[in-house]
Design a protein around this ligand. Structure first.
Ligand code: FMN
Length: 325
């Protein structure tokens, strides 16, 4: 496969940055993104054929997933010494065009982006129990800075807030178990054969109960950020909740996840309290009413996690006239 060159990026570099982009996490590994390479830049589009109507009716998580892919794309371009000038939702009349990245200007190498770019292929959702090792405060500060650098916020939870959040997770989980459309979608996209190109394969899901994961599964006597033996819980919030805020939140989520990976940490998603609208409203109140909760993550030290497959690049490119043999 040979791609067109874009700006300062030769065709091999365009291919390598797109390969980095598609390693982003996405709800049920739907990979709801498409790319178009034009002389003016690399476009990121939402793949609306991959919407999850029951799990994600307002496509908030689709935008988070695409935001994560956008952060990988920007980071991989940065690491090549090129500035990824990015415009979000550039055309009002084309809402599925989420961003254009224009790699036209050189910039001085930035070690922070090189570290994050190296972490991209090593980040995997880890649904297994974590060890009870403490996440050092300096690393937690780095996670917070990662969120802030992308216009989002990682609030500190005190013990009562954490307990209340645990209750919301349980409440939201029960609501989802009672929702037959949600369950049908969950069954459709998880427990896939390991060679499947999308969805969550059996080997990554671990077992049928991964949706039941809770806060208290770290082993051993000492966790951090909560009662002994519990992993560190991150709530990622944004300052607004429109499509651009959600795209920004997805970029912040991915920056935070890559920062965690680079520090040797594992993470998994606890999306129940942001997927069920009543729980999300309560979580927003719990955070003081000023932030829109976008994702809850469990962060800690796990044993090596397994990778999930991705669609081939040819399936996520919108204009294959730009491919040459
Ligand atoms: C917005 C969003 C919500 C997610 N929700 C969950 C979840 O509730 N439970 C879960 O186990 N994984 C969840 N995931 C993780 C995806 O299943 C995972 O990213 C996907 O299978 C690809 O695997 P990878 O992250 O290892 O690359 C979520 C990911 C995203 C981006």
């Amino acid at each position: 496969m040979r791609l067109t060159s874009v700006g300062r990026l030769g065709s091999d570099q365009v291919e390598s940055v797109l390969r980095a982009a598609v390693l982003a996490p996405s709800t049920h590994n739907t990979q709801p993104w498409l790319f178009r390479c034009t002389p003016g830049g690399i476009e990121l589009h939402a793949d609306v054929s991959r919407v999850l109507p029951a799990t994600d009716p307002d496509q908030r998580e689709l935008l988070l997933s695409c935001g994560a892919a956008l952060f990988n794309l920007r980071t991989a371009i940065h690491a090549l010494g090129t500035h990824p000038a990015t415009v979000l939702r550039p055309r009002r009349d084309e809402p599925t065009l989420l961003a254009v990245v224009r790699p036209f200007a050189a910039h001085a190498a930035d070690a922070r982006y090189s570290v994050l770019a190296k972490a991209i292929p090593h980040r995997h959702t880890n649904r297994q129990p974590f060890r009870a090792a403490r996440v050092p405060p300096a690393v937690i500060a780095n996670l917070r800075h990662a969120a802030e650098a992308e216009h989002a916020w990682m609030p500190v939870l005190d013990s009562p807030q954490r307990e209340r959040l645990r209750g919301l997770v349980e409440q939201a989980h029960e609501a989802q178990l009672a929702d037959s459309a949600f369950l049908a979608e969950w069954r459709q996209w998880t427990g896939r054969a390991n060679h499947s190109r999308d969805g969550v394969p059996v080997r990554a899901a671990g077992n049928d109960n991964w949706a039941l994961r809770d806060f208290g599964e770290a082993t051993g006597p000492q966790g951090h950020g909560g009662p002994p033996g519990e992993p560190f819980i991150v709530v990622l919030g944004s300052f607004g909740d429109d499509p651009i805020d959600r795209l920004r939140a997805g970029q912040a989520m991915q920056r935070l996840l890559l920062t965690a990976t680079a520090a040797g940490l594992d993470a998994s998603f606890i999306s129940q309290p942001v997927e069920v609208p009543s729980a999300r409203r309560e979580l927003r109140q719990l955070l003081g009413g000023g932030l829109w909760p976008q994702m809850v993550l469990r962060v800690g030290y796990g044993s090596p996690a397994t990778w999930t497959p991705r669609r081939p690049l040819t399936e996520v490119l919108l204009d294959d006239r730009l491919l040459s043999a």
